[in-house]
Design a protein around this ligand. Structure first.
Ligand code: FES
Ligand SMILES: [Fe+2]
Length: 527
């Protein structure tokens, strides 16, 4: 449901706000639960392989905090290479702090990353029926996703062809026609302009009449297993190529229910005062779990103690054990996956269906579904977790260098029995929802990072080096088991807390920024 924090205790609202967050609406109020999040893992023996970039090695030597090495985001051409210190052959990967705080870089990110490549728009279940619609953005540009009368998915720029007003002001719904609230021009669910108010009296010229007045379609629209993506760039690579090995993990998410998965209806959104890349990293960051979320862990321990012999859930100490096995993949095109082995898969709702799952999907895929929790980033703006009894869908929208909007959803099997759905929602609310015991911790961390990053005398982050000695370039045994070819693979105990999977995000950031600048230069847009 939309509209306010109904049912949310005042202390939780205050806690969320105190950490710097602002919410727009919530699905429902939180309830207590004893096993809302369950980390896990798996181990592997790996070795570090290297690749050399001699030109970069020479240029970087001199220290990460040498002021002479600081990047400069000048007007005109920008040397984007200077923001990412990628010297894996020397055991170094570092990200310059300016990419989180430089206003001029933010505008270029919108143009070269979000508005030139595939971005996630919505899930098909949000526009399931003819004339359903959903409004969102590609970068800074407003978009209206609709199903026409024939049930075909369409996406248009949400701007009236008359004088530019938003045509649809509502987040989601079902309408055959969208009537502009300024002068009343009306468009159908196929984007056609079907009515111009007082058209006969308008004294338009034949040239005006000959012009089309329909909504402008988004050049590229694609769907993979219900995940809807679009691009403003007509020359973007095919969607399946863009998704690459991320498809394997989308498949795993989708295939866990015989009738597919959907997002719970309703809208939960909030903003946080931080850069969007903080969210990209955090969703796959196992390192912060028992520090930033120590309150959640302590609450869980107390609930278990209070329940005493009545407690029937998993062993909390095993769930957060520092030697739990974990791994990660840095996938091509900026996507990444973090996985943990679940020490108590028998508590997953899917456990009772393990034999059917193995028969339907094969033993290997069923094992990955049941025994590994997975956090997936599809770069740049959608993330999905399936790491406990529940799953969450997160869609991020950068609003500014230090302001990001989040849309979050509970991700559920279609046709789930009502009792199981209720249990899932309560558990979702407990850790993931805005007013939960978990999300406010992350919002607080983003705010603190963004404020700390204003210390401009400090140049480089030291937050991308964990796991480097365990990382291999290409596939490890886990990747081979899945049949994927990641850029990098890593495995180790939970307390290794790999950070190499984020390298994929930043390598793609660098590729897209350089490609975008090259296109702009070719188009004569740079001085
Ligand atoms: S701006 Fe839409 S009808 Fe005038
Ligand atoms: Fe977190």
């Amino acid at each position: 449901m939309r509209g306010g924090a109904r049912g949310v205790p005042r202390w939780r609202r205050a806690r969320f706000a105190a950490r710097g967050g602002r919410w727009s609406s919530v699905i429902a109020g939180p309830r207590a639960s004893i096993h809302a999040k369950r980390p896990l893992i798996k181990v592997d023996s790996v070795s570090l392989r290297v690749w050399r970039r001699p030109d970069r090695v020479r240029r970087r030597r001199g220290g990460m905090n040498n002021p002479a090495q600081r990047p400069v985001a000048a007007a005109g051409a920008v040397d984007f290479d200077r923001y990412i210190d990628d010297r894996i052959e020397e055991g170094v990967f570092a990200v310059h702090r300016d990419i989180f705080r430089d206003e001029s870089l933010f505008e270029l990110e919108m143009k070269y990353i979000f508005e030139s490549n595939w971005v996630f728009l919505c899930h098909a279940s949000q526009v399931a029926a003819p004339h359903d619609f959903y409004t969102t953005h590609i970068g800074r540009q407003p978009v209206l996703v609709t199903r026409n009368g024939a049930g075909e998915l369409k996406a248009f720029l949400n701007t009236c062809t008359h004088k530019g007003s938003l045509v649809c002001l509502t987040r989601a719904g079902n309408r055959k026609f969208h009537s502009c609230t300024y002068h009343g021009w009306t468009f159908d669910s196929a984007g056609r302009c079907v009515s111009i108010k007082d058209h006969a009296e308008a004294a338009y010229t034949p040239a005006f009449e000959a012009n089309g007045h329909d909504l402008q379609a988004v050049p590229k629209l694609g769907e993979y297993r219900g995940w809807v993506f679009a691009s403003l760039n007509p020359d973007v690579v095919p969607l399946e190529q863009h998704l690459g090995d991320a498809r394997v993990f989308i498949d795993l998410l989708v295939e866990q229910a015989p009738d597919g998965m959907e997002l719970v209806r309703g809208n939960a959104s909030y903003t946080f005062p931080g850069n969007w890349k903080l969210q990209v990293e955090n969703c796959l960051d196992g390192y912060h779990l028992n520090i930033a979320h120590k309150g959640f862990i302590e609450i869980t321990r107390r609930r278990i103690a209070r329940a005493g012999a009545a407690y029937k859930g998993p062993d909390i100490e095993a769930m957060f054990g520092e030697n739990l096995k974990t791994g990660s993949f840095g996938l091509k095109n900026g996507h990444a996956l973090f996985f943990t082995e679940n020490p108590a898969p028998e508590f997953r709702p899917l456990w009772s269906q393990r034999e059917q799952l193995a028969a339907r999907l094969g033993a290997g895929r069923a094992k990955w579904l049941l025994q590994y929790g997975r956090n997936l980033t599809v770069f740049p703006n959608v993330q999905c977790t399936d790491n406990a009894v529940i799953g969450q869908f997160r869609v991020l929208r950068p609003l500014g260098t230090a302001l990001t909007e989040m849309e979050i959803y509970c991700w559920v099997p279609v046709g789930e029995p009502p009792a199981a759905r209720r249990q899932r929602l309560r558990q979702y609310e407990d850790f993931f929802n805005i007013s939960s015991t978990g999300t406010p911790d992350d919002v607080g961390a983003y705010r603190n990072c963004q404020e700390g990053l204003q210390a401009r005398a400090v140049d480089w982050l030291h937050g991308h080096g964990r796991g480097l000695k365990s990382m291999v370039r290409g596939a490890n045994d886990y990747a081979r088991e899945l049949g994927i070819e990641p850029e990098t693979s890593s495995a180790g105990p939970l307390n290794m807390s790999d950070e190499t999977l984020f390298h994929a995000n930043y390598r793609q950031w660098l590729r897209l920024m350089k490609e975008g600048q090259r296109r702009a230069r070719d188009a004569g847009e740079l001085g």
